[in-house]
Design a protein around this ligand. Structure first.
Ligand code: NAP
Length: 474
């Protein structure tokens, strides 16, 4: 029998054999370290039953009653910082230092919601001409979370922590290439004292995800991932009238205005592209600079890119990690080749590294015209695209010439003016004089093909609440 489980795996299995599509293949060695059997439909049903029972129990409990468990989760994450970080590295290959920073950020997110959710979920009084009106924020039911591999812990935590406080139990389908860190976090949640069903990690296929979304006990679905994955899951949500939030890809512009502080630029611009080996939805992917400063900017980036040291992600001296998988490395190679075939100029790099690990050379492309097929594609890796423009208006027009609308940067010493420019960019987030960032207090999300809805901050907490109106007529 042939089974197509996901975008990455097609399996030939004998009758009765267990499918194991969830595998940790260490991107530094290319070797499989762990494999996990897929969940059966019976296990999925059991998970739904347990989560629904918890939802009903939570409906009779206060938000405050969940706070100690969430704080205990944060404490255990701090204790397990090293183990969790190593699991992230084995799953998708990022630098150990980046994985540690990811765990630290997750602790802050968990603590933020534990400490603030009670206040944030207070009833909201409304001004009405007669009578009294307010809405109370209530849980809605089980949430299906479908998450990607590029931040194996952070992507889960930023939806789990707020929904835990709201009282929405969560079923998780994580990327098939990072099962070990997902399972480690789900185990940690239970070990910290959270009730069974609060977060259930499931090694399931796309059809099982669709069946879960269709289940009446499931109130909504959140997905972070590609346009393709987002469209499929949103279709299932639409068909079943379920609320959905989508956090999808980006082609973020980094606009350098004529009065930019170049000392700061030198520190910020290369990292904005290279963190996480360039595999961030909000990585700065298109650098837009005044034409007269193009050569100087290329030199700035080239100098930084040339200093990168590829190697063992566990070694603190390594500064460029491998890509997450062989497939990711091959896809990026195809995209760079396509760009060059259609007239882009390769300033440096441009090739997958042969030998051990799924590395890709730090790469700079220029002279990409709008008719180049990669003009509006997301390049997920250490590849910077540099554009020159003759005016600020042209820079804004170019930044907006994208189907994506996730984030972006404006670099200028005039903060007032930078904010005006930011307000003309059609994205969900703009960072002034810095690369992308994520902290618990600020909402994260995009417009256009980058998705809809927001995670983190108040918006992340409200994403799956029922704003239940209570009106007393005079
Ligand atoms: P992906 O292929 O869409 O996968 C993301 C998740 O969706 C995985 O768990 C995947 O499972 C699952 N999935 C895909 N198609 C599905 C379907 N039809 N039904 C059910 N589940 C499905 O995305 P990716 O390439 O791994 O992730 C990178 C993308 O995520 C990039 O585009 C990046 O920009 C974006 N991203 C966005 C944000 C944001 O906040 N906006 C943050 C991080 C990443 P399998 O692994 O089993 O295929």
């Amino acid at each position: 029998m042939v089974v197509r489980i996901s975008n990455r795996f097609t399996f030939f299995i004998a009758k009765g054999e267990k499918v194991m599509t969830y595998q940790t293949i260490y991107p530094y060695t290319g070797k499989q370290m762990y494999a996990y059997p897929n969940a059966t439909d019976q296990e999925v049903n059991q998970a739904l039953d347990t989560a629904h029972a918890l939802y009903q129990k939570w409906r009779n409990e206060t938000v405050a009653s969940r706070k100690p468990q969430l704080l205990a989760i944060a404490t255990l994450m701090k204790d397990r910082r090293q183990q969790l970080s190593e699991k992230i590295v084995y799953d998708m290959g990022k630098l150990l230092t980046e994985a540690q920073a990811e765990v630290d950020l997750c602790v802050r997110i968990v603590e933020y919601y534990a400490k603030n959710a009670e206040k944030m979920l207070q009833p909201v009084e409304l001004q009405v001409p007669m009578g009294k009106a307010k809405y109370v924020k209530q849980a809605t039911g089980i949430i299906m979370a479908v998450e990607p591999w590029n931040f194996p812990l952070y992507q889960i935590v930023r939806v789990f922590a707020p929904n835990y406080m709201v009282g929405n139990p969560m079923l998780l389908k994580d990327a098939s290439i990072c099962p070990t860190s997902a399972q480690a976090f789900a185990d940690l949640v239970l070990e910290a004292g959270a009730p069974k069903g609060a977060l259930t990690n499931l090694f399931i296929d796309y059809d099982q995800v669709a069946r879960i979304i269709a289940d009446d006990r499931v109130a909504g679905v959140c997905l972070t991932g590609s346009e393709r994955g987002g469209a499929s899951v949103a279709q299932e949500a639409g068909k079943n009238l379920k609320k959905a939030t989508l956090e999808l890809g980006g082609n973020d512009a980094f606009i350098v205005l004529a009065d930019a502080d170049w000392n700061l630029l030198r520190k910020v611009a290369p990292a904005a592209r290279l963190d996480n080996a360039g595999q961030v939805c909000t990585s700065s992917k298109r650098f837009i600079v005044p034409a007269e400063q193009k050569a100087e900017f290329i030199e700035l980036m080239q100098t930084a890119f040339s200093k990168l040291k590829m190697g063992n992600p566990m070694n603190p001296e390594t500064t460029l990690a491998p890509l997450s998988s062989k497939a990711a490395q091959q896809k990026l190679q195809q995209q760079v080749d396509l760009a060059v075939q259609h007239g882009a100029r390769l300033v440096m790099g441009g090739h997958a590294v042969t030998g051990q690990g799924f590395f890709f050379e730090p790469t700079i492309l220029t002279d990409i015209t709008p008719d180049n097929p990669i003009f509006d594609q997301e390049l997920f890796g250490p590849v910077a695209m540099i554009y020159a423009v003759d005016s600020e208006d042209e820079a804004i027009k170019l930044a907006n010439n994208s189907k994506f609308g996730l984030g972006g940067t404006v670099f200028s010493q005039n903060l007032e003016h930078a904010q005006q420019v930011a307000s003309r960019i059609e994205t969900g987030m703009t960072f002034i004089n810095s690369g992308w960032d994520s902290i618990p207090e600020i909402p994260f999300g995009g417009v256009k093909h980058s998705g809809f809805g927001r995670e983190l901050g108040m918006q992340g907490l409200d994403a799956f609440v029922n704003e239940h109106l209570i009106y007393i007529k005079d």
